[in-house]
Design a protein around this ligand. Sequence first.
Ligand code: FAD
Length: 432
Amino acid sequence: MNTIPVTFFWFRRDLRLDDNIALWNALKSDFPVIPLFIFDDEILEQLPKDDARVTFIYESLQKINLELIDFESSIIIRKGKTHQVWFDLIEEYNIEEVYFNKDYEPYALQRDSEISALLSSNKVKVSVFKDHVIYEESEITKADGLPYTIYTPYKNKWVEKFETLKQQPLDELKNNSSNFYKSNFSFLTLESIGFVRSSISVREHNLKGVATYEETRNFPSLDSTTYLSPHLRFGTVSIRKLAHWASHKNATFLNELVWREFFMQILFHFPNSVNHNFKSAYDGIQWRNNPEEFKLWCEGKTGYPMVDAGMRQLNETGYMHNRVRMVVASFLCKHLLISWQWGEAYFAEKLLDFELASNVGNWQWAAGTGCDSAPYFRVFNPEIQLKKFDAKGEYVRTWISEFDLGYGKPMVEHAMARDRALTAYKTGLQQK
Ligand code: FAD
C-alpha cells in the first residue's frame, strides 16, 4: 500500500480540467490529488464494441492526460464494477478524501450513494458538488416547494433567478495545479477495455449560429445549431461558462439550455417517468408495436423523405437535427402507433448526445404522454414538415442518395394513419 495520504478526484460527466467545480475544490485540499476515471462494467456491458461514445470518452481522457503532463501528473484509468474498483483503490492507497460532481440519473444516484457509504465506512471524507447544471434538484420550484411540471413557468423562474448571476462577472476558478499528485500512470489502451475506435466521431461545437438562432435553427440543411449536446453530456464544455455567455447573446438559445435542465429536474423528481408514461391517463393506449414496421423506421425506409433522411443521418453519424428528431418521433408514435419506449431505446443506442432526461422527456413530449407535451391530436404531417423546413430538399438529398430518382412509396398513408392514431389515443384515454 502507498502510505502517502492522498485525495482522489473522480471524473464522470465532467471531462475537463477547466472550470470543474469538484476538481477545483479537490485541489484546495490538504493532500495531493489523484485524478481517476472508471470505465464502469455495468454500463460498458450493454454497448457495442465500437461504441462512439466510448471512443469520445477515451479521447477526452487522453486530452486531459496530456494537459496533466504540465503538472507532472497523470490520470488513473480503471475498468470494472465501480464498487470493486473503489474497494481495490482503498486497499492500494491511503485515501483521505474523495471529490466528485453530482450525476442525477437514477442509476448514478444509486451507485454514488453505495460508493459514498463504502468510502465513509473506510473513514474517507466524501465531497460532492453541483457542476452539470446551473440549477439542480429543488433549486427551482413552485411557491409551495413542489417541482414544476410545465416548462414555461419553470423557465421564467430559472431566467429570473439567473438574472442576478449573469450581471456578475463569472469568478475564474484558478486550479491550484501544484497540488496534483506527481505521477506517470500507464494509460490503458481502448482495446484493453474491450473496445475499438469508432468510425463515428463527435464534432467540435460551434457557436457561430447562436447570433441568428431564431431564424436558422429549424432548418436542418443550414446546419447552424451548435453541436453542443455531446459536449454538455460528457462535460467537455462547462455549462456555467456557456450559460453565462449565452445569457448575454441570445435569449432563445438560453431557453434551450433551460429545456435541458427542465427535463433533468423532471427525471430527478419523477424517476418513474424513465419507462412509464408521465401522465398515466395515457396508459390505456393500445400500441400496435409492429416489429417489421419498427425495422423500416430504424433503417430509414418509411418512404417519407424527412423521416428517412433523419434516421439515416442518425445511423451514419450519431446525430440528428432537432426539428427532424421531432418529426421521426411523432411518426413512430402516431403514424405507426409504436410506443415511445421503443424509439427512446433506439435513440439511446445511437445518439452521441444520448442523455436520459432529455431523451425520455422529448420522446414523451412527442408521444403526448409527457409532463408538458405536444397535445396528442397534434400529428405532424411529414410532407408538410418537409415543405416548411427543407423546401428545396437539400437536407434530405444529403442523406438519401436515391431521392431524385423518384422516391419510394410511403409505408403508410398519412390521412389514414392520422385517423387511426386519434382513435387509438381517444379510446385509450376513455379507458383510464
Ligand atoms: P442546439 O439547438 O444548438 O441547442 C443547444 C443545446 O440546448 C443542446 O446541445 C441541448 O443541450 C439543449 N437543447 C436544445 N433543444 C433541447 C431539447 N428539446 N431538450 C433538451 N435540451 C435541448 N438532446 C440531448 O442532449 N440528448 C438526447 O438524448 C436527446 N434526445 C432527443 C430525443 C427527441 C425525440 C427529441 C425531439 C429531442 C432530443 N434531444 C436530445 C434534444 C435536441 O434534439 C438536441 O439537444 C439537439 O438537437 C442537439 O443539437 P445541438 O447541440 O446542435 O442543439
